[in-house]
Design a protein around this ligand. Structure first.
Ligand code: SF4
Length: 290
């Protein structure tokens, strides 16, 4: 017997990913392609609805869409699935590398799901170079732009950093970067994947270094020197749209779907500011569009 509104569950919607994180289960550290044994799978909306039919949705409190074998935002039906979950008053926790889809898509997702949606974006450095030493094939600029777009909706936003020796001295810079772009909180977690084989075929015990090859070049990830605080959390405060909503709570309540045009004008202001910030804030040397 399950209690109504009490169940929390986690669903893997996709084994596709645009990123090539060297210590991910789906990644082959020799070249950073998908591990050959992993099949490419995507759930579609019809399949999701079959597993979570409308009459059963009232049992759930929260559905987590996390990427163990792929990024959920790579799923072609993700927007429909999220809207469906939110429409049944179930919370969504979405974890993503954030370097997928464009700012309008993220904005629309936030409008459609409102307060039911919490997104955790991964930002692994304060510059593109530092970020991509782990989060290969993603754009820091794109992630922050997407995050900012979402921040003009009622969705809540967290940022997460996988901590390594190379980004540990810059955690405060990362926190400032994500706070400026609309994150309400930040979590830093040390990588616990140094106990993998890496490129070595033979298990050689625990090594605090992890070698990988990307585009024919050898790179090394190193563990954080001081492991005494493996988890760090910083709360920045309520998001932009929360304030907007507080002012208008009486008038509109929490339902903002009918007031898209008002948030759109907020977003237009933000877009104008963003263009300026882009030129000064981000990584030296980022010249590609992903
Ligand atoms: S973004 Fe997530 S799923 Fe994709 S490669 Fe990185 S850790 Fe793996």
């Amino acid at each position: 017997m399950y209690k109504i509104g009490k169940l929390n569950t986690s669903v893997g919607l996709s084994t596709f990913c645009n990123a090539k994180c060297p210590q991910c289960h789906r990644t082959n550290p020799r070249g950073l392609d998908k591990a050959p044994w992993l099949p490419l799978v995507n759930w579609d909306f019809a399949g999701f609805k079959k597993a979570f039919p409308p009459e059963k949705m009232k049992l759930f409190n929260e559905i987590q869409l996390c990427g163990t074998w792929g990024d959920p935002v790579m799923n072609k039906d993700i927007a429909e699935i999220c809207e469906y979950i939110a429409s049944h008053d179930v919370d969504i926790k979405l974890n993503t590398n954030g370097s997928i889809r464009d700012e309008d898509w993220w904005f629309e997702l936030g409008v459609a799901c409102g307060k039911r949606l919490q997104v955790c974006f991964t930002v692994d450095g304060h510059t593109q170079e530092s970020h991509e030493l782990y989060r290969r094939n993603t754009s820091l600029q794109k992630i922050l732009d997407n995050m900012e777009s979402l921040s003009y909706t009622l969705a809540s936003i967290k940022a997460m950093t996988i901590r390594f020796k190379h980004n540990e001295p810059y955690l405060k810079d990362i926190q400032k970067l994500v706070k400026d772009r609309g994150a309400q909180g930040w979590t830093g977690i040390v990588s616990n994947r140094f106990n993998m084989k890496g490129m070595d075929e033979v298990w050689q015990g625990y090594i605090p270094k992890f070698d990988y090859i990307y585009k024919g070049k050898l790179y090394t990830l190193e563990e954080v020197p001081d492991l005494s605080e493996p988890y760090l959390n910083v709360w920045f405060g309520p998001g932009r749209a929360t304030n907007w909503n507080d002012r208008n709570q009486k008038k509109y309540g929490v339902e903002i779907l009918g007031h898209k045009h008002e948030i759109h004008s907020l977003k237009q202001q933000a877009d104008a500011n963003k263009k300026e910030k882009r030129e000064v804030t981000y990584s030296m040397g980022w010249q590609r569009e992903i």
